[in-house]
Design a protein around this ligand. Structure first.
Ligand SMILES: Nc1ncnc2c1ncn2[C@@H]1O[C@H](COP(=O)(O)OP(=O)(O)O)[C@@H](O)[C@H]1O
Ligand SMILES: [Mg+2]
Length: 281
């Protein structure tokens, strides 16, 4: 993708001060011989519950991985809560550096799955005990369990959960750990729609109450329209813009970004949801 640029809506971000994550003329490609995913991107990510919206394969996951210092730019600089992500280049080999990074930003990977010996309840206890703020984790435990609907399977090990239950459990872990920045890549695709709404409603409350910034990529524009406090919109021509949901999620803006008429855009989302639902046993 070429020619990412700063849109007029950066005014929205600057009105909110230095954002939790900002990109300064960032370029990134996965391999030297590959076309860059991002090129010359300057962007301030909004605060609060922010949805990343845009066509498939456009760079949503990549942008979140860069912002959370899981990937590093080929050019330019990324600032995460005031620190250049360069500070975390050694996170993969240095546990102390990894810990410092994780205390700033958590990452929920798409299709995250893991097996455990201990039941979920014990994992949540361990996550809370290791949290940068264990007292806050204890305070939020009950409401996190309620919002994610995980209270009913605290005795199960991760591999015994359905895909949707696993996603809910991982979101609960992320919230109880309580890093100030939390990236979630397609975190609810296997979660039933009503529960997904309950979760996002809580995430919004949580962001407001805790001053946390949560970034979630979703296929469902309707979810974003209902719950977004901020939006990062990826256009198929490479433009990336950050700003106000009312502006960026307006029908005409989305049609422009996706280069598709509203009806087919909506149909595509439904198809995608149906396809993913079939993945669940
Ligand atoms: N690990 C990887 N190695 C090489 N190319 C990748 C890798 N991950 C993603 N890509 C490519 O980078 C581009 C952006 O991908 P991604 O950030 O996953 O998009 P989105 O999340 O918007 O679907 C796509 O062309 C994808 O094929
Ligand atoms: Mg993705």
């Amino acid at each position: 993708m070429a020619n990412h640029s700063t849109p007029s809506s950066t005014d929205f971000s600057s009105a909110h001060g230095q954002g939790p994550v900002s990109f300064d003329t960032v370029s990134f490609s996965y391999a030297p011989d590959q076309e860059p995913v991002l090129s010359g991107l300057t962007l301030t990510m909004p605060r609060g519950l922010t949805f990343l919206v845009g066509p498939n394969g456009i760079g949503k996951s990549t942008l979140m991985l860069l912002g959370a210092a899981r990937l590093f730019p080929s050019q330019g600089q990324i600032t995460l809560l005031g620190a250049s992500t360069e500070n975390f280049l050694t996170a993969q080999s240095d546990p102390e550096c990894e810990e410092r990074r994780n205390r700033l930003a958590s990452f929920i990977y798409q299709n995250m799955e893991f097996e455990t010996e201990n039941p979920l309840g014990d994992l949540l206890d361990a996550v809370s005990a290791n949290s940068p703020d264990p007292a806050s984790a204890a305070l939020h435990r009950q409401e996190v369990l309620e919002a994610t609907g995980t209270g009913g399977f605290l005795g199960a090990r991760m591999q015994e959960l359905s895909k949707g239950e696993m996603q809910r459990a991982i979101i609960a872990m992320g919230l109880l750990y309580g890093a100030p920045v939390l990236m979630m890549d397609e975190p609810v695709f296997a979660v039933e729609p009503e529960r997904a709404e309950r979760i996002f409603s809580y995430l919004r409350e949580y962001c407001t109450g805790q001053g946390t910034s949560i970034y979630a990529s979703v296929h469902d524009v309707e979810l974003a329209r209902k719950f977004a406090q901020g939006v990062v919109l990826f256009h198929s021509d490479g433009l990336v813009e950050a700003g106000d949901p009312r502006e960026l999620l307006a029908r005409e803006r989305l049609e422009k970004a996706f280069k598709a008429p509203w009806d087919t855009l909506y149909q595509r989302q439904t198809l995608y949801r149906d396809m993913l639902n079939r993945l669940e046993p």
